[in-house]
Design a protein around this ligand. Structure first.
Ligand code: ACO
Ligand code: KIV
Ligand code: MG
Length: 591
């Protein structure tokens, strides 16, 4: 009996759903999907006249990184003070103007970090400091104690879960009791910090996305009334998708409902805080902005509870890629990544949008070919417009943004393996060695490279390609050669070139002189005389290397009765390279 290769996987054997078309023979599986209710059975989704589907993203929202609180609370090893400070300084350097710095009532490290901000000048005056607290009086009091003496604008962020399951299962309250608990927390905030002129308030109905729309609207309106939201002292209402449970259009509807129905709308900063349980945190945030959100909380590269907070780096660079200034500097994304990885002690995935190691790399042939052509077009257009390449419109296929915008070089853009084609191979040889291969040689060389990568099964670098190139086209026959070019000389005889050649054929020296023809033609003709016809179809000159180290490289396409082949010759001068190429061809023809 054949042992199944995956003993714990049961290939679906259920019925094909009734009415399934012939082209879709998927069968019912054994997954217990019936255990989960869809979002519409879990919460009332408000019905609205939707405006968000026709809106566009035209400006960056206010970004609020919550790495030092929400990101930090999801780490196996929370950040130590040095890591917190490093992360904070990175955010300031990147241009964030509002930063959630911690949960000061939760741990001494968080408390001390807020005190560090109070006691030093690590936070520039224009950066707003956000501190996070539950609606518990003693914890609010400690939170307010932590911010004493901070001269920056400060936001006290109060949260309580409002969704039915959390109300009944976690907090043990009905709707009205919970509202009173929240208002009581709001009053405590006023009591301890209401007179602090630099302080504003934020409220988050945690699990907003699973809360009844009218209830959450009522709680939010009660909070803005309690805190006397005014345009000059607006209140932030932050509406989290604490656990993502629906397609992003549902979140957009929920946000638009709040946007259109909130009281004191001009005194409310409407904020969103998506998590990423379904992998659609980015889409939720983007649609929420279309639906009226003005502020986005998330983490740089998306660390956070479970599958993370929404990634505000990706969100920002998505705007950049649409021609909208993200208002945050990502021009050295690798430095940002190193710092974030150091602070979180978590690695960023190689396929992570924009920042991953592999996101600007094409291995596959047709992509490489398109990118290579795109670069050629880009450079030509920049030259034609007389503008720097970094300034002209970006149109290179398969690369959503110019890697140079975020401090990446083009080195990793094309990498060659067995799935690559001539375009990528030629691109690497040109970008690393300056060698320009004509199209027909690209095709020929790609076959040799393919053989090499199929045999090794691995990637081949530019150095590796050059070595394959040398072996295939440049290496002379090492066996006793029947012919050798002993010397050649070109002189000018009253305006007419004379080529003098000394050819060694089977140990015999033959001197010849040729007037009015080029050296390549002369050498080919003398070789023919000695029974080695070299029928040159095409000759291309290029070079290998740059600057004073560069050498000439001649590429010859040669016809024989068996077909076409290519050879190359390398030399300090074009003449030396050409003669060497012809002799390589002769050696091949005489084998
Ligand atoms: C979605 C989010 O990210 S919310 C933020 C979550 N972050 C964290 O929890 C990290 C920091 N937290 C902590 O260090 C601790 O939980 C503390 C210090 C805040 C509280 O610790 P403890 O007092 O030991 O309470 P514990 O965490 O076990 O339980 C929470 C209690 O607060 C209640 N509670 C939870 N959230 C809130 C809230 N927002 N407002 C009021 N009460 C709340 C719970 O019902 C529970 O009450 P109970 O003890 O009467 O059952
Ligand atoms: C904003 C707070 C409550 C939060 O982190 C969440 O709901 O995910
Ligand atoms: Mg969160």
């Amino acid at each position: 009996m054949i042992q199944p290769s995956f003993p714990h996987i049961s290939t679906p054997t259920g019925a094909v759903p009734a009415g399934a078309p012939a082209w879709n023979q998927q069968r019912h599986s054994q997954m217990p999907s019936h255990r989960y209710a869809d979002v519409y059975s879990r919460v009332e989704v408000p019905t609205i006249e939707r405006d968000w589907p026709t809106k566009r993203l035209t400006a960056a929202p206010l970004w609020v990184p919550v790495d030092l609180r929400d990101g930090n609370q999801a780490l196996a090893e929370p950040m130590d003070p040095a890591r917190k400070q490093r992360f904070f300084e990175l955010m300031v350097a990147m241009g964030y103007k509002e930063i959630e710095v911690g949960y000061p009532s939760a741990s001494q490290t968080d408390y001390d970090f807020v005190r560090l901000i109070a006691d030093t000048n690590i936070a520039p005056n224009d950066v707003t400091i956000v501190v996070f607290t539950p609606a518990r009086r003693e914890l609010i009091e400690r939170t307010v104690a932590a911010i004493q003496g901070i001269s920056n604008p400060v936001v006290i962020h109060l949260y309580t879960a409002t969704a039915p399951t959390w109300r009944s299962m976690v907090l043990g309250y009905g709707q009205e009791d919970l509202k009173q608990l929240i208002l009581s927390g709001g009053r405590d905030v006023l009591e301890f910090a209401g007179d602090m002129k630099n302080v504003r308030f934020e409220f988050s109905p945690e699990v907003f996305n699973l809360t009844e729309p009218d209830y959450v609207l009522d709680v939010c309106n009660s909070m803005t009334e309690l805190w006397d939201a005014r345009p000059e002292r607006p209140v932030i209402l932050n509406l989290p998708a604490t656990v993502e449970i629906a397609t992003p259009n549902v979140y957009a509807d929920q946000i638009e409902y709040m946007h259109k129905n909130l009281a004191r709308r001009d005194s409310v900063i409407l904020s969103v805080h998506p998590h990423n349980d379904r992998g659609t945190g980015i889409a939720c945030a983007e649609l929420a902005i279309l639906a009226g959100a003005q502020r986005v909380e998330g983490c740089i590269f998306g660390n956070g509870e479970r599958t993370g907070n929404v990634d505000i780096a990706t969100l920002a660079l998505n705007l950049h890629a649409q021609g909208v200034d993200p208002m945050i500097d990502f021009s050295d994304i690798d430095e940002i990544r190193r710092t974030v990885e150091y602070c979180n002690r978590l690695e960023v995935h190689p396929r992570h949008p924009y920042v991953g190691d592999l996101v600007h790399t094409a291995f596959s042939g047709t992509h490489q070919d398109a990118i290579k052509k795109g670069f050629i077009e880009h450079r030509a257009r920049a030259q034609a417009e007389g503008r720097p390449e970094r300034e002209v419109e970006w149109k290179v296929p398969y690369l959503p943004i110019d890697p140079a915008d975020i401090g990446r070089s083009y080195d990793a853009v094309i990498r060659v393996n067995s799935q690559s084609g001539k375009g990528g191979i030629a691109y690497l040889l040109e970008s690393e060695y300056g060698i320009e291969l004509p199209r027909r040689l690209q095709i020929d060389f790609a076959r040799h490279v393919q053989r090499h990568t199929d045999a090794t099964g691995s990637e081949v670098t530019a150095t590796g390609l050059w070595s394959v190139f040398q072996q295939v086209y440049l290496q002379r026959d090492t066996q006793e050669s029947r012919i050798a070019l002993t010397s050649y000389q070109i002189s000018d005889l009253e305006g007419e070139a004379r080529v003098e050649l000394v050819l060694d054929v089977a140990g015999q020296q033959h001197t010849s002189s040729h007037d009015g023809v080029g050296p390549v033609e002369a050498l080919a003709s003398v070789l023919a005389v000695h029974g080695i016809p070299v029928d040159i179809v095409a000759l291309h000159q290029t070079s290998v290397g740059v600057g004073s180290d560069s050498e000439a490289l001649t590429l010859l396409e040669v016809r024989t009765e068996e077909g076409i082949f290519w050879v190359a010759g390398q030399g300090r001068s074009v003449l030396a390279a050409s003669m060497s190429a012809v002799m390589s061809a002769a050696l091949r023809c005489s084998v």
